[in-house]
Design a binder for this molecule. Sequence first.
Ligand code: 3HC
Ligand code: NAI
Length: 698
Amino acid sequence: MNDLVRYERRDGIALITIDNPPVNAIAHAVRQGVMAALDRAAADGAAHAVVIACAGRTFIAGADISEFDKPRGKPDLPEVVSRIEGMDKLVVAAIHGTALGGGLETALGCHYRCALASARVGLPEVLLGLLPGASGTQRLPRLVGVEAALDMMISGKPISAAEAREKGIIDEIIEGDLVDGALAYARRLVGARAPIRRIRDLAVDASRLPKDFFADYRQRIARQTRGYFAPERIVQCVEIATRLPLAEGHRLERELFEQCKASTQSVALRHLFFAEREVAKIPDIPKDTPQRPIARVGIVGAGTMGGGIAMCFANAGLPVTVLEVDAAALERGLGTVRRNYEISASRGRLSEAEVRQRMGLIEGALEDGALADADLVIEAVFEDLGLKEQVFARLDAVCRPGAVLATNTSTLDLDRIARATRRPADVIGLHFFSPANVMKLLEIVRGAQTSPEVIATAMGVAKIIGKIGVLVGNCWGFVGNRMFGQMIRENQMMQLEGVPPERIDRVAEEWGMAMGPNGVFDLAGIDIDVKVRRGRPDKPDDPTWCRVSDLLFEHGRLGQKTGSGFYRYEEGSRTPIPDPLVHDLIRAEAKRLGVARREIDDAEIIERMFYALINEGALILEAGHALRPGDIDVIWVNGYGFPRYRGGPMRHADAVGLGEVLAGVERYRGRYGDRYWRPAPLLERLAREGGTFTGWQR
Ligand code: 3HC
Ligand code: NAI
């Protein structure tokens, strides 16, 4: 039919095979090929039924996302789906791997669906800011009922073949070879004169829906979908499906699909889809760079981070040895790990046997020698350069040659740490985020001498433990924390100017941040910020700089752990309560420092925090500490609770317009001077040229 779609006949059954690696996205040429193959099957007098299958690792994984920015080529996917459904010969979909989005919609156009037991099916469009646009919102409720269809489309999560079979999406599970099994199944159906079943002929059974079902459903998903554009439109489509015939419902679905596709949210989420895959590509480290095998892991320090990191590896089935200074610290650390696992078990996320198995993989130690046969050692002791240098000198003495030596430092100079060893090429930063067993991000810090093999190994380690590894350069705070520092500076300056911390948090959260910066500080511990900033080599000579943190620290308000910080907390509660005492302290301090109080509106709160962040991102990019703007976006979305639907700070800057961002930076420069608000040259240049960060190439 063409290079991407093959037609053949096997014992009376037409077999259409799509072969568009890597994931059989149903691109324009594939759609043309399938249409031609269907014509041929229709005209082939010796073909009594049709099987649609895919070569390679998966059934169709959806529409080709890279085509969304181009004009839609004919035939479009809805035409293909309706052509399949309209066939007079029985059509069977043969599914392996994942049938996702347009892939599942194609299968729903087929009259029967069979699959390998390992297959999964789903409608993940919502994760791209879209809704299923090839009649999925109309067909799935007809097939599985309103609520199950909504749940699949709102979560975007694929389900297993077994579950799909139970729901009626899959009719037959095939054992052994899929194509042979599917052909045999088609023959059986023909032999039994099975009817041609068309979903378009089914009505949605809305009679059993409780009154107010849709209002209740909206309420139920409100929290999870806060700020997102597509979910409400998915619900609207399903409501339509309960009232209108499929063709009419599909017309409305199409309109809403186009609205979603054109939304800044979908552009942002598609950008993240590709950015999250691109982070794995490092220009000077080819894909075939050898990786060192990692079978045993050592961790130094069983505190907040060391314990969480140990869990990451135990969860992946790797044995871990955790080294501490004394038995009490070790017991405390391992006790916390056990408690965390038990909490998961009590919520039904782990079985008791799994808790035992994972704890069984974690062993404590008090002697350096216990790390002698580790393939990877991750240091997570206090954030103190001298201490880390000592630890690395000791690791150098005991670890076997070829072991990867990593530090979880969040700010310190990796090259200084590496120089404490005689093997700086084996030293790398693995910067986890708290809680380490939960947060997806892993900043992988490359030192001046880190070897390509060690970098490739670290990227592989991220995969093993299910993290998104992003390679960054060695500078104070690396990428995430260096940018966060700018945001914090403005946040605290605005507090001196009269904005209460809780208002800043509220505005940031309404804007989409998972948590406001002051709540984050109370959670992480204000003392951590204070100590880290004290060690900073480039501290500005400015008494107002992050003064509020220092002030709270001086008053023993360290955050949740002391029951007070930017907020106060009732005994045993984590609910932040605004505290007039804090307002008074800040007001007095502003007076002492001579900071004028002024009215600041919500727009300024957002601009000052996020323009400061973006400007720093541009400096980081130019300096090469991040490889691509998308890498920065991936860091912020996966490590700092930046709203996914804004695509990350650099993509958000593009959406605002770089001219506008630059004008804002210049405005604040006019008011506060050059120290913090000098525009990054890259921002200036791109704004002048009408460019974007995401379109920028080094
Ligand atoms: N379109 C274009 N490219 C795609 C793609 C798609 N739908 N799905 C995956 N790719 C590309 C990836 O970018 C990657 O490219 P690279 O190798 O150059 O980086 C390559 O295929 C392999 O992808 P992964 O690295 O993600 O491979 P995995 O094996 O880890 O995962 C997958 C495979 C589960 C299929 C995963 O790729 C995935 O979830 N894909 C997206 C599925 C999706 O969202 N489908 C819905 C699309 S929207 C739609 O169908 C609209 C319709 O309703 C009209
Ligand atoms: P922590 O204070 O909770 O734990 C540090 C642990 O190291 C303590 O249990 C201590 O007994 C142990 N330790 C100290 N010296 C040791 C030595 N010589 N040998 C063995 N163990 C020793 O500290 P936390 O928060 O876990 O931080 C550890 C590192 O992780 C720091 O570098 C920090 O900057 C970094 N980090 C912290 C994050 C956080 O949110 N807490 C986030 C990301 C990185």
